[in-house]
Design a protein around this ligand. Sequence first.
Ligand SMILES: [Zn+2]
Length: 257
Amino acid sequence: MRVLRYRRTERSTWAEIGLLAVVIAGENEGGQILSQDRFVTLPAGGAEAHHELMLTTDQLTRADETADEMFSFAGADRERPPSVRALSITLLHTEPQSKLIVNEGEICPVNGVWQITTRQGIAAPRVTVVYGHELSHWWRRRNGGEDTETEEFHDAVGARLAAPAIPFRRALRHYGHSVHALAKAFHTTQSVAMLRIAELEGRPGLVNGSKGRIVRGADFDWPEDLRTVPRSRGHLVRVDNHWGMMAHRATQSGWRR
Ligand SMILES: [Zn+2]
């Protein structure tokens, strides 16, 4: 068994520790590890714990356009778009596979054929977003193109493919801003549901994910400690294994519900 050097920091999350356990289990069982690096390096702690994973308005617009282009290219009906899995089969002509790998997802051309691989054991709601994220990489890299977008950008495209605008708006009329019900309806994560509410309704929303804070929607003065936000201005929401917050407008007629 090879030795994996693991630098545990204050910010090591259970997901990361769990991933390491998967890697070690794979080593013990002779499973194939597709990492190029023998070492699992985790993010350092400190100030970046509150680093906001900001995307500019330009990037978000480009993420919208990318999702639109991919649906069009696949000949999808925008009113009733296919699932991300179906979309990926249409676009890549291969079925996604699940394997013991280090990353959550990968997309590689094998003999000119692109195929998505997701890590065995990742939560089912997460799979749709990973498919979308990997498809977004493919969209940039197909035809030998260069992928200069950030991982956060590809996450945003993944969210748009997992929770496309038209059906999501329709669902918002039915479920309101119920993060958990929307996530279930779209077979996706609660984080994606929350961020899509913020993006499509303009309501300020924040997800405090393992890599940092993701904020969307209208500007809001998010404090370091979310618990200091008065109940009249916002409420904490449990999203997946993290905390998030949805803001209320100061006025009675705003987002308060
Ligand atoms: Zn990626």
